[in-house]
Design a protein around this ligand. Structure first.
Ligand SMILES: Nc1nc2c(ncn2[C@@H]2O[C@H](COP(=O)(O)OP(=O)(O)OP(=O)(O)O)[C@@H](O)[C@H]2O)c(=O)[nH]1
Ligand SMILES: [Mg+2]
Ligand SMILES: [Zn+2]
Length: 287
């Protein structure tokens, strides 16, 4: 059997690239149908005329559906669609819970006035000690250079709402790409999903995956008790909370709440944390 990597999936057909860079289109063996898991983009697989085996995964994202990535580029537009700190925080939590490193990419900076952009940057500065933050105008290819050092030799997946500018960003960092991009549908008030499949593209010694956008995120599968550990900005000071295992919700002597009051943690970050916890709690009740 040969070894290769799945780089694309369209209509049940997997494109697998081998060590020499040769691509073949293959189907998966019937045995996968009897198991819960079938091959997905990013998988290292063993194959002959069919894909026979999936090598153990380092990590596994369900939205976007991809395995074995080093980092997720969380693509958030400044505007069209509007920037949302709640969405950003949900997104970071989901990515960290899958053991993938988040890189925050803010697109469409040309659509904000200078004071609006300065205000957004002031808030995102709270994230910068913990996650890289990159600002881009993909149409002018401005800011793409700052992203490139983060991409070299790594496997990155573009993730974000439909219309956030994922494919445009890929075109900006790699001008040999001509990924289809399209304006978000104003009439429907929701995106059209211009990109329809997950696809890995070779880039500077690594890979970058374009993906379809999503319109909602879900937290099924995240244990409420682990949420506080997925906030590196909170865990960095939680040792100073009066109680061991403080959830930073109602406990007295909470260092996180004190940091919010003192202005060293963004208030929205803590408010969204409380909202996300409620969301996860309510999911639990439905079981
Ligand atoms: N002004 C401005 N427009 C941008 C920028 N990046 C993307 N756009 C526009 O935003 C729209 C959506 O961009 P896409 O790159 O198709 O978005 P996407 O995230 O790939 O969307 P899906 O494939 O549907 O998930 C297009 O009309 C782009 O031209 C930017 O930096 N500035
Ligand atoms: Mg796209
Ligand atoms: Zn606390």
């Amino acid at each position: 059997m040969k070894e290769g990597k799945v780089i694309r999936l369209t209509g049940g057909l997997y494109t697998v690239v081998d060590q020499e860079g040769t691509c073949v289109d293959l189907r998966a063996a019937g045995l996968f149908r009897h198991h819960k898991e079938s091959p997905k983009v990013g998988d290292d697989v063993a194959y002959d005329d069919l894909i026979r085996e999936i090598r153990p995964r380092r990590n596994n994202l369900s939205r976007p559906a991809i395995a074995n990535v080093d980092q997720a580029l969380l693509v958030n537009a400044c505007k069209e669609p509007d920037f949302s700190f709640l969405l950003l925080d949900q997104f970071i939590l989901l990515i960290l819970s899958a053991a993938v490193k988040p890189v925050i990419v803010v697109t469409k900076i040309d659509l904000l006035t200078a004071p609006e952009l300065a205000q957004l940057k002031r808030k995102l500065a709270f994230y910068e000690p913990f996650f890289p933050v990159v600002y881009v105008d993909s149409l002018a290819a401005a800011g793409a250079e700052a992203l490139k050092p983060h991409l070299r030799g790594k496997t990155s997946v573009l993730a974000g709402q439909t219309g956030a500018g994922k494919s445009s960003l890929l075109n900006a960092v790699d001008p040999t790409q001509h990924r289809a991009t399209d304006a978000i549908s104003q009439a429907l008030g929701r995106g059209k999903h211009t990109t329809r499949t997950v696809e890995l593209i070779p880039f500077t010694g690594g890979w970058i995956a374009d993906t379809p956008g999503f319109s909602s995120l879900e937290f099924a599968g995240i244990d409420l008790a682990t949420v506080q550990d997925l906030y590196p900005d909170f865990t960095s000071i939680a040792a100073a909370c009066r109680f061991n295992g403080c959830t930073h919700v109602h406990e007295p002597g909470c260092a996180v709440k004190a940091a919010v009051a003192a202005g060293s943690i963004l208030p929205e970050r803590h408010q969204n944390y409380l909202r996300i916890r409620e969301e996860i709690k309510n999911l639990k009740i439905r079981y």
